[in-house]
Design a protein around this ligand. Structure first.
Ligand code: OGA
Ligand code: MN
Length: 273
């Protein structure tokens, strides 16, 4: 076997261990990795030391790779390319800190994201673990009456809602009206028949047909369940680690860290649903 998939004891998240990274891309192993992501939700490749080419090729196993202008790898770091740390009160620092809130990525777009692959390029000791939540287990843990009540609901997910709730630079009403928004079912059925919550609280504006307060109360109630310790695990990064998460039934956040002193530079690729 060119690589091993070792589930964590709770059945959410697995380690992928290999000493031959090229073997991950072989035709016959693609399906195994794809199935492993659908089944375990988060795959951790410790010390993979991927370069951009391997990183993009791995993303391609899970779906069509998103482009950012001419690039397919994005950089998410708390310092500029020239090495200067962001000033703590700068827009860039405040925007990056939004990743400290529980969320899943890109839910405010029509076309969803199947997987995000993130690798730690530079990560100083003690900086920014990433925590993941299992949104399928959270759905199963809801009382039956709540499950039936939410099964048919649709939600408006919007980038504007996140901006309005966050301490980020002011954006004019005109600019805000052009930000992406989309409606999706709150509960989705996965290919294997399990159901999960489409939960990404900062972007959740309202339930269609419901008022604001009532909608937000429901979102809080669901987030409280989804972030119970049983449904979480936390990864402490080492440089060279790569993590792929199934963005359809997990959410994530960066644990707060000293972003004025410690350098954290992550690179990512996105596989569209
Ligand atoms: C992201 C994100 C988590 C991290 O890039 O969307 O949430 O650990 N990143 O940097
Ligand atoms: Mn994210």
């Amino acid at each position: 076997m060119p690589f091993d998939v070792v589930p964590r004891s709770q059945g959410f998240g697995a380690l992928v261990q290999t000493d031959d990274s090229a073997s991950l891309l072989e035709e016959r192993t693609r399906e195994r990795l794809n199935d492993a992501l659908s089944r375990f939700g988060v795959l951790i490749f410790p010390g993979l030391m991927a370069d951009d080419a391997l990183h993009v090729a791995l993303a391609g196993i899970f779906g069509e790779v998103q482009t950012f202008g001419a690039k397919r790898i994005f950089r998410s770091a708390n310092f500029d390319e020239d090495g200067a740390l962001f000033r703590p009160d700068s827009d860039k620092a405040r925007l990056l800190r939004l990743n400290w809130l529980w969320h899943s990525d890109g839910v405010y777009r029509e076309r969803g994201i199947r997987a995000v692959l993130l690798r730690a390029e530079t990560i100083e000791t003690g900086c920014g673990d990433t925590e993941f939540a299992d949104l399928a287990a959270a759905f199963d843990a809801l009382p039956q009456d709540l499950r039936s009540r939410i099964e048919t609901l649709s939600v408006e997910y919007s980038f504007e809602h996140m901006i309005l709730g966050a301490d980020v630079p002011s954006v004019s009403a005109d600019e805000r009206s052009r930000l992406p928004r989309a409606r999706h079912a709150l509960v989705q059925t996965l290919a294997d028949g399990r159901r999960s919550l489409r939960l990404s609280p900062p972007y959740m504006e309202r339930v269609i047909g419901w008022g604001c307060d009532e909608s937000q109360a429901l979102f809080h109630q669901l987030a409280d369940v989804a972030t119970r310790p049983d449904f979480l695990f936390r990864h402490r990064w080492a440089a060279g680690d790569l993590i792929a998460w199934d963005n359809r039934w997990t959410m994530h956040r960066v644990l707060p860290y000293d972003d004025r002193g410690l350098r954290r530079d992550m690179r990512g690729a996105v596989a569209l649903a």
